[in-house]
Design a binder for this molecule. Sequence first.
Ligand code: ADP
Length: 403
Amino acid sequence: MTSNPTRVLVLNSGSSSLKYQLLDMADRSRLAVGLVERIGDEQARLVHTPLAAGGEKRERIEPIGDHDAALKAVATELSEDGLGLDSPELAAIGHRVVHGGKRFTRPTVVDEEVMAEIERLIPVAPLHNPANITGIRTAQRLRPDLPQVAVFDTAFHQTMPEAASRYALDTELADAHRIRRYGFHGTSHAYVSRETAKLLGKAPEEVNVIVLHLGNGASASAVAGGRCVDTSMGLTPLEGLVMGTRSGDLDPAVIFHLARNAEMDLPEIDALLNKRSGLLGLCGDNDMREIRRRVEAGDEKARLAFDIYIHRLKKYIGAYTAVLGRVDAVAFTAGVGENAAPVRAAAVAGLEELGLAVDASLNEARADGARLISPEYARVAVAVVPTDEELEIAGQTYELVRS
Ligand code: ADP
């Protein structure tokens, strides 16, 4: 057994958090899942669920000073379930890395040169790449003998043609500062577009899909025959759809206007657009469940926030229909996309001329797993396809290290 290790630990490191899953790629099963929050705090919280052992969820609140301590605490929990990270069955550790720039178009085994490149990308991903680097370094110290694989959020989108990936800016200046549209949520768009093809009984190469990843962050992508040809996020995850707390598309002159007239400096405007805009800025709530509850209760502010969210979504469905020429399916995924039937219904309402419709009872039925919600007569399939970024990261990691 030890000659053919099949387990992959997936790590998603944030600035003060560490999410993890241990998967066995022999049968794609999840052995354990968990997260550490508030790293650096006296009151850090570790929640661990050993699925394989059929164990109960365990929770600890204790001081956890840094990512090293967090991963050691996770390793201790895993050991208690006989799933320790010293196990010879562990094949690799897969890391979610947010920004891979133009260079990283596929999962990559990390060496010092790769680390240096991820570090060079910090100016375009100041919030994310430093935390991802810390996560990789920490895992390297714990298991220096194991391959550490970086799976980039941007990778799937690097097939975009220049017409879609370039901004209309001075070319030399843009190149000097690596300014272009990179796109994010790539592992989700890759996974969901493939699963959508599967749901249609076709190969990914045969279908054109619009993927709507609607979580707290949200992005759309146009996927032609398995390759991304356009996506709504750009240099950073701020562009595109209306999100929980991000504005999405905006006239860039709004920034100059705020600087000149609202006495705000750049860090303040940055925080405004990323953290206090979107649904939260519009109505004070960023959770779609709460917004729907308020809409149902007749709250006008929540209704307007919902309408603005839907209007933007519709514009992207229309735009990507034009980009793709022929659309076989529109797939809804992530927290909002998988759960909010009113969002799905409103997003395609009135788009019958584009071949889009949803069947109300299929749309509203409670169900798990990938499913179609369009009526049989519809020219374009509308689907709900649960995303699974950890499984995708584990799969890509395993494929790379076993070959
Ligand atoms: P993230 O983008 O943080 O990874 P998710 O994809 O899990 O998040 O999406 C989280 C969001 O999903 C929540 O903020 C909430 O708006 C929405 N959501 C979750 N469950 C439901 C539900 N049952 N109905 C409507 N919206 C939901």
